[in-house]
Ligand binder design. Structure first.
Ligand code: COA
Length: 241
């Protein structure tokens, strides 16, 4: 098991300061409480939201980007609209302009919830999945998981097997998103001895599952690891200094 402490989900106090070098701040937010805050988004993001054909997807995009902007703005003490993002060649967003390099972050959303990890200097990736009880997950496991991982998975009864499928899937996704280098290498190549169902190390990355809320699975991947993961629930009020 990876030696990292993980706090319970809490509401932040007003004086919460930014993460230190060995701490990650992980935020969860309820998409419905931020679905109409398009004014916080850049023109480009607003255009992207308008191009999304499904209103549900557009609302989720607006909610997750506006939450991300508010969370980062809180640390950086800038208005959410004044934050500028660029993306690397694989599409991973990062802070640009005057704020470049001040914080690392990554974002994920699924169903009614979003997740955002914030840390200093080092790369981080997060993935959130709402457990789909109808999904035929076994063909996906065969396609994307290694033989050792499939052997590990097949040892569980149906209910636990599904949950462990989502755990391993999110671990891989968070690791891929942390590296931010495209998705042509889904084989995380975990040491089978470390496929415990909650945490693993690979190539200097720590990859850790955690509960988000009932029916959801989350994972974070941290380059070089961390001592502490502090989990915060975004209260949903608009932050605009
Ligand atoms: C890009 C990808 C990771 C998005 O994943 P998703 O589950 O659809 O969406 P999530 O909610 O987790 O993440 C979306 C956010 O990740 C960020 N993101 C986008 N591209 C990214 C990248 N290359 N790296 C890291 N983060 C990225 C963005 O902030 C995006 O939010 P936005 O749409 O508001 O800009 C996904 O489309 C993908 O290609 N996955 C790989 C598939 C695969 O091979 N999986 C094997 C697992 S075993």
């Amino acid at each position: 098991m990876i030696p990292v402490s993980v706090t319970p989900w809490r509401l932040p106090s007003k004086d919460l300061t930014g993460p230190d070098a060995r701490t990650v701040h992980l935020w969860r937010f309820f998409l419905a409480s931020n679905g109409s805050l398009q004014d916080l988004l850049s023109q480009q993001e607003q255009q992207r939201a308008r191009r999304l054909l499904s209103p549900e997807k557009a609302r989720a995009f607006v909610a997750s980007r506006s939450s991300l902007r508010q969370i980062l703005g809180r640390y950086l003490q800038v208005a959410p609209r004044d934050i500028h993002f660029s993306c690397n060649t694989a599409g991973k967003p990062y802070l640009s302009g005057d704020l470049e390099g001040r914080l690392s972050f990554n974002l994920s959303h699924s169903g009614d919830w979003g997740l955002c990890a914030v840390m200093l200097e080092r790369d981080v990736g997060v993935d959130l999945e709402k457990i789909n009880y109808q999904l035929a997950f076994e063909p996906l496991a065969k396609r994307f998981f290694s033989p050792a991982e499939n052997t590990w998975l097949s040892a569980f009864q149906e209910g636990r097997r599904r949950r462990n499928f989502f755990r391993l899937w999110t671990r891989k996704e968070s690791w891929l998103k942390g590296k931010g280098r495209g998705f042509s290498e889904p084989d995380l190549d975990l040491d089978p001895a470390l496929v415990t169902g909650v945490s693993a190390c690979s190539g200097g990355w720590w990859v850790i599952n955690f509960p988000v809320t009932r029916g959801y699975v989350g994972s974070i991947a941290i380059a070089g690891g961390a001592d502490r993961i502090e989990r915060w629930t975004w209260p949903g009020q608009v932050f605009n200094p």
